[in-house]
Design a binder for this molecule. Structure first.
Ligand SMILES: [Zn+2]
Length: 71
């Protein structure tokens, strides 16, 4: 049994990488930029994790299909 969570096909809405771990049904964590994001129907809510372990919502429009245009 691997200690690593299976990666999903979901891309990080922030960096666009697929190195994403699954936290819950629609909750994911990006190992590239260390943000947590929650998936809704066609968009994400992104949360930065502060030094105290709390979640801070990141303002922005995180569309599931338009991550490639950012940057
Ligand atoms: Zn990322």
């Amino acid at each position: 049994m691997s200690a690593t969570e299976p990666l999903t096909a979901t891309r990080c809405p922030v960096c666009g990488q697929k190195l994403v771990g699954k936290l819950g049904t629609n909750q994911f964590f990006c190992w590239t930029c260390f943000v947590e994001f929650h998936r809704f129907r066609d968009s994400f809510r992104v949360f930065a994790i502060d030094q105290e372990g709390g979640l801070k919502a990141v303002e922005g429009s995180w569309d599931t299909e338009k991550t490639d245009t950012k940057g």
